[in-house]
Design a protein around this ligand. Sequence first.
Ligand code: HEM
Length: 125
Amino acid sequence: MRVVTTHLHITSWVLALILFLVVLAFSNQAGKEKTAKILHMVLRLDYLLILYSGGDLFAAYSSMSGELIIKAIAGLWVIVAMEMISVKTQKGAPTKAWWIQFVIALLIAIMLGFGRLGLGMAWFL
Ligand code: HEM
């Protein structure tokens, strides 16, 4: 079961990153606001898959570690940053501060997820 959850987790956040970039691309095109809005709704549904699979991986740990908690917070932070950048881009508001947070949180989530934590695939160990 755990392998399934890990694959669901990875698939759902990779899909989120792709959808996020597509939403931004459509948000910046005149006349494509409606397409951007619909894809943004799909992106929000995908957040639920990330949260479900991340929560399930989290619950699989019998003891908490600092790295695990930081990993989960970084993952949540990536979702918040994607949402803020998407909304602000659609409104034409500045996004730079959120981009910086997005990159930092994404790096932390991926490095701790693949590199340090024990479940699933430890590619960098
Ligand atoms: C877009 C956001 C996210 C990204 C990019 C991300 C990235 C990753 C990566 C790369 C892994 C390692 C996969 C593996 O080999 O098992 C992972 C595992 C994990 N993620 Fe996420 N994640 C995100 C969101 C979340 C959220 C919101 C939570 C918590 C609610 C969460 C909790 C976990 C847990 C507990 C693991 C298992 C760690 C382990 O391998 O031992 N993630 N995530």
